[in-house]
Every structure is written in C-alpha cells, then in structure tokens.
Design a binder for this molecule. Structure first.
Ligand code: FES
Ligand code: FES
Length: 163
C-alpha cells in the first residue's frame, strides 16, 4: 500500500509517494538521493542513520516515513550555515574520523548532545558527578565507530561544547 507524504529536509520540502513500510532512512537515501544519513545496521544499533527530527536526534532507520508526514528533518548536510557548523569544524580540526562512514551520524548526534549539555539536561552519568569527557562518552554512546576514532570524537565534541 502506498501513501503520499511530505518531508522537509534541510529546509527543502519534498513530496513523495512511499510504500507504507518505507523508513525515513530509505525515503531519504533511496527516494530523495540524500545520502549523508548512512545505513549501518538498519536496526537502531549503530547511529549511522542519525538525523534531527524537530531538533531532537533520532535513528531514521527505525522511523516509518508515513508516521512522520510533514516532519522537519535536518541531516549533516544541512548543518552548515554558510560556513561549517562548530561541531563539523571540531571534527575536522581534531581528525575525528578515519573512513568517515559513521561521521554524518556522529556529527548530527554531537550537535544534539551539545544542545542537551547547554540546556542542562541530565544524562545517566550526571548524578555521579561525571566530567565533560564522561558526559560526552555517555551521550554519544549510541553512535558506533568501527574505526575506533572515539578519542578524537570526544575531543571534537568537547571543543564544540566550549565554543
Ligand atoms: Fe540506523 Fe544503525 S542504521 S541505527
Ligand atoms: Fe570509520 Fe567511524 S570513521 S566507522
């Protein structure tokens, strides 16, 4: 069964017809050609597909597109505003990637993590007095990097928090 939906992606509105089993990730990649969200596990385990939905990070591989008709999405491609987003700058300056496959998801997730930290939202480690690096490791724990670039990812996010 098909359904007509609208997705606003990085400020651009797209109308499309999708099978009702289509995920947001597949709608973005396969239907709209927006490939910065990556497919890693397709099961909500790796974070490669992370996008911002109304400003909150979500795993787009777990989201039925029909359930998000009219959604406002932001991908890593849409973060820059004339110049790179501070988180993107941090990833480049700290060499926070190797193959780069996980990087768009890491960057999007980091943008939300920085916002959560600035808003004073607690994480699972806040109550035990975690320092900033521990907070970042906890908040970024849903994003897996098979290249193991974690140490530099934490440094990049630390810098973005303090910028
Ligand atoms: Fe969505 Fe892995 S592809 S969490
Ligand atoms: Fe290769 Fe993270 S940089 S998976």
């Amino acid at each position: 069964m098909d359904a007509d939906i609208t997705l606003r992606v990085d400020g651009v509105e797209h109308r499309l017809t999708v099978d009702t089993r289509t995920t947001v990730l597949d709608a973005l990649r396969e239907r709209l050609g927006i490939t910065s969200p990556k497919k890693g596990c397709d099961h909500g385990q790796c974070g490669a597909c992370t996008v911002l939905l109304e400003g909150r990070r979500v795993n787009s591989c777990l989201m039925p597109a029909v359930a998000h008709d009219g959604a406002d999405l932001r991908t890593a491609d849409g973060l820059a505003d004339g110049e790179p987003h501070p988180v993107q700058r941090g990833f480049v300056e700290h060499d926070a990637f190797q193959c780069g496959y996980c990087t768009p998801g890491q960057v999007v997730s980091a943008v939300a993590a920085v916002d959560e930290l600035h808003a004073g939202e607690p994480s699972a480690v806040t109550d035990r007095g975690a320092d900033l690096a521990e907070e970042i490791r906890e908040r970024m724990s849903g994003n897996i990097c098979r290249c193991g670039a974690y140490a530099n990812i934490v440094r990049a996010v630390e810098e973005a928090v303090t910028r």
